[in-house]
Write a protein that binds this ligand. Structure first.
Ligand code: PEP
Ligand code: MG
Length: 573
């Protein structure tokens, strides 16, 4: 038993992304309930506060612009201009002179200004309404001493209640050492991002926000789910030793990146990477990915104030394909909704967003949005080996409707004389139990399946994937899940189609071993996880994995499954 030093505070959360790190905390307080409205001070004082907030917002935008790409810089410039807009300024000043505190005045003025823009005939100006609202949010945050988005000035461990993907989009990854959140689960989208960046993360860490303060040293272990605030000398040296071991392992992984993922008895598994942007495609390839098993296209739509145009999307998809150097890139069509909100799309608030208008359901309701993406994808198809994948397919009618939309996009491009590749694969995510149960029907009408275990687990077990209260119940090793996966694989193979897994389960050693045993052809995961899974594949005979998986299908609980698989995985280390 380890004895904690007098000052250090040890907290336990859920291990979310592997790795250990020590660094100063950056406590991100955005997303906390807003403090109660304050009474207005004298107008002169409120005007001075507004001026100060404007300067602060401007500095934040400058800092963001320094490391943004061209497209990001364009948006940030628009926001800078908005901050200086005399009309907006007049509205705020008038509201302050009317007796409102600066926060309230900014809210009223930006809402008025945005509504005014929305009423205009000019489409470009109408779209600026979202920018105005964004700028208003930044100003209110500056007035209340908070920041919008995580803006790091030095290498830091970000401590937050939770991080929405939009909060993380502007993060300077070279300064991000680790993430600790009070909420979130192992497959929430922030966790997925952390894992894909190879950044250690611990989520569902009760009490961390209250206990941590800016600049406090934080040690975090993303394998054990441990967070130590203000670590003592003994803890520090333990963490430093672990960091040194991780560096050595990373060296070995680099040396082994080009070895094939083949079991000792000659079964070849394709190991691919998950990505959220063209840049991450390049990163995955460096880590030894044999292609991209999931490019979450919705991340291109986040952290901005309007949807990317067909041309912008085409450029991004073409770049992703080029970065994969001839290997297959599976680009998933938009999966917005659930825990991924895109404010400018104006999605309705729902009681149960994971069961609501998400992914294809949203695309079917917004044919323009869907057609723009499908056209951009097909135009990009000439730049590499493209596969298009539809998410959240619940049955044959979803699939047929999505394929018809794709055919329509193709017809319109051909009519306009755009070149489109002759051959690209079309597949679906199998992540809703109804699709798993109808896999035999679906398999006849697709080129491939990719099993989305993150959602398949949540929908099969009725456990919200992001609810920290239910982390224990969120079990990819549940025999009910394994039986569904078995059924999906059998159906795909019976129809002569290949089947992959792009959910987080494929990147967990126990999960990968079971999936290998169930006959999955491809595993796609956060690139940082590839080396370890490759070691596992190269040292586990497929015949042994098959025998264990068969046995697990007959078990009754996830605990029994883990008891059987755990020792085989630990053997590899
Ligand atoms: C999944 O559900 O397993 C998946 C890969 O998709 P997402 O995590 O984006 O829902
Ligand atoms: Mg999913």
């Amino acid at each position: 038993m380890r004895v904690a030093s007098v000052s250090e505070k040890v907290l336990n959360g859920v291990a979310a992304a592997a790795g250990v790190v020590i660094g100063p905390a950056f406590v991100y307080r955005e997303g906390q309930p807003e403090t109660a409205a304050r009474a207005a001070a004298a107008p002169e004082e409120e005007l001075a506060r507004f001026e100060e907030a404007r300067r602060r917002a401007e500095n934040e935008l400058n800092a963001l612009a320094e490391r943004a790409d061209d497209q990001g810089r364009e948006i940030l410039t628009a926001h800078q201009l908005m901050l200086q807009d005399p009309e907006l300024q007049n509205l705020v000043e008038a509201a302050i002179r009317d007796g409102q505190p600066a926060e309230e005045a900014v809210r009223t003025a930006t809402e008025q200004f945005a509504a005014m823009l929305e009423a205009l005939d000019d489409e470009y100006l109408r779209e600026r309404a979202a920018d105005v609202r964004d700028v208003g949010r930044r100003l209110v945050a500056a007035l209340t001493g908070r920041t919008v988005g995580v803006v790091l000035q030095r290498p830091s461990v970000v401590v937050a209640r939770d991080l929405a993907p939009t909060d993380t989009i502007g993060i300077d990854r070279s300064l991000l050492l680790g993430i600790v959140t009070e909420q979130g689960g192992p497959t929430s989208h922030t966790t997925i991002l952390a894992r894909s960046w190879g950044i250690p993360a611990v989520v569902a860490t009760a009490g961390v926000l209250e206990a941590a303060s800016d600049g406090m040293t934080v040690a975090l272990d993303g394998d054990a789910g441990e967070v130590v605030l203000d670590p003592g000398a003994e803890t520090r040296s333990r963490y430093e030793a672990a960091m040194a071991r991780a560096r050595e392992q990373a060296e070995r992984d680099r040396a082994e990146a080009s070895l094939p993922a083949e079991t000792p008895d000659g079964v070849r598994v394709e190991l691919a990477g998950n990505a959220g942007s063209p840049g991450e495609v390049a990163f995955a390839m460096e880590k030894g990915a044999e292609g991209i098993g999931l490019l979450r296209s919705e991340f291109l739509f986040m952290g901005r104030s309007t949807a990317p145009t067909e041309e912008e999307q085409y450029q991004a998809y073409a770049e992703a394909l080029r970065n994969a150097r001839g290997q297959r890139v599976i680009i998933r069509t938009l999966d917005i909704g659930g825990d991924k909100d895109v404010p400018y799309l104006g999605l309705a608030k729902e009681e149960n967003p994971f069961l609501g208008v998400r992914a294809l359901r949203l695309c079917f309701r917004r044919p323009e949005l869907f057609q723009t993406q499908l056209r951009a994808l097909l135009r990009a198809s000439v730049h590499g080996r493209l596969a298009i994948m539809f998410p959240m397919v619940s049955g044959l009618s979803d699939l047929r409707r999505a394929k018809e939309a794709l055919a329509e996009a193709r017809r319109s491009l051909e009519a306009e004389g755009h070149p489109v590749a002759d051959r690209y694969e079309v597949g679906i995510m199998v992540e809703i139990p109804s699709a798993a149960l109808l896999a035999d029907h679906l398999a006849r009408e697709v080129d491939f399946f990719s099993i989305g275990t993150n959602d398949l687990v949540q929908y099969t077990l009725a456990v919200d994937r992001g609810n920290p209260e239910l982390t224990e119940m969120y079990q990819p090793y549940h025999p009910a899940v394994l039986r569904l996966i078995d059924r999906i694989v059998q159906a795909a193979h019976a129809a002569g189609k290949w089947v992959g897994v792009c959910g987080e389960m494929g990147g967990l050693p126990e999960g990968a071993l079971l999936l290998l045993g169930l006959g999955v052809d491809e595993l796609s995961m956060a690139p940082a996880l590839l080396p370890r899974i490759k070691r596992l594949v190269r040292s586990t005979p497929a015949a042994e994995a098959r025998a264990v998986a068969r046995e697990c299908l007959e078990l009754g609980t996830p605990e029994e499954v883990l008891a059987l698989v755990g020792p085989l995985v630990r053997r590899v280390g």
